[in-house]
Design a protein around this ligand. Sequence first.
Ligand code: ATP
Ligand code: MG
Length: 207
Amino acid sequence: MTAARPRRTGILGGTFDPPHRAHLALAEAAHVALALERVLFIPAGDPWRKAGRAVSAAVDRLALVRAAVADLPWAEVSTIEVDRDGPTFTLDTVEALRAASPGDEWWFILGADALADLPRWREPVRLASLVRFAVARRGDEASAIVTADLRATVPGIEVRIDLVPMPLLDISATDIRARVRAGRSTASLLPDAVRAEIDARGMYRDT
Ligand code: ATP
Ligand code: MG
């Protein structure tokens, strides 16, 4: 029996409603900067942090994510959250992934806006003991990536963070949904294959 070599694996969780070019840029930047062997794209099943708005069906978002990464040999799509009933918590996902691949090294990849929300996730201290965070700037954060709130909630979080260099990309799924609804172009914001799936599924046309 040979012991498997630990793999350096990134996890990119998101609602992916829809997945867009900044998601791919973020994943690729982390893949390169941290020498990650693979990046798992994990669409949320029941995105409890977005309970305020209707989220597209998981089956549709999953199809879009599959289309987005189809040409990327280092990227994989995991249905672990889509397959689970009820709200999904990153901590549960990470614990399940770690149990399935013991010995691997894990990074949770996220934008600074999502990192700032970490204090409101389930058991952030425990999560920070299980993964490192690969963080990219998202907006005009002249301020520090680590907020006072986060530092107070997860003492020592700074040493668990790897900054991912990437150009600021002013792209959001919220803006893309609005553009599709208004019939405006999304050509520079979405991979062609994702745009084709959105069209084929008739997504984002109303509400
Ligand atoms: P929405 O507008 O619906 O919130 P979104 O564009 O923020 O969608 P999410 O699925 O919420 O996309 O984001 C998944 C992850 O990707 C988060 O960690 C988020 O910070 C990161 N991310 C999304 N867009 C960018 C971007 N333009 N630059 C850096 N990181 C991003
Ligand atoms: Mg978001």
